[in-house]
Design a protein around this ligand. Sequence first.
Ligand SMILES: [Fe+2]
Ligand SMILES: [Fe+2]
Length: 135
Amino acid sequence: MDTEKIIELLNIDFRHELEATMMYTYNAFVIEDCDLSRLTEGIAADEMRHMWWLADLITKRGGRPSMEIGTVEYLGEDIIEGLERQIQKETEGIEEYERQIEIIDDDEVTGVLRHIIDEEKRHRKEFRERLERLR
Ligand SMILES: [Fe+2]
Ligand SMILES: [Fe+2]
């Protein structure tokens, strides 16, 4: 796979991480439950760290991270719906990273993507546990 294509894929990831950072940061501001708010804030910081790792891979290969952003669905009145959306965001990320690991033949990139997947799985588990408690 040529470098340009790798940069293109990493920029898809970068945008998803940017969206997750924005969604979780906002949600942490408006969630009243203290434990859930602090958890979501901490995970927002993890997502921003993922942006750093991806930006590093992108710039090292001569690219620039893309700050274009898709639609971010921020938390409304329904906390359960909001948590389900956060879980969905993690699942979409995991699926995209897994897809990319299969096709990218660059060990440094796939190593970082694997590490990110581990963290996204932990995020999803944390959100699922909170969702169970609310049900
Ligand atoms: Fe992430
Ligand atoms: Fe995550």
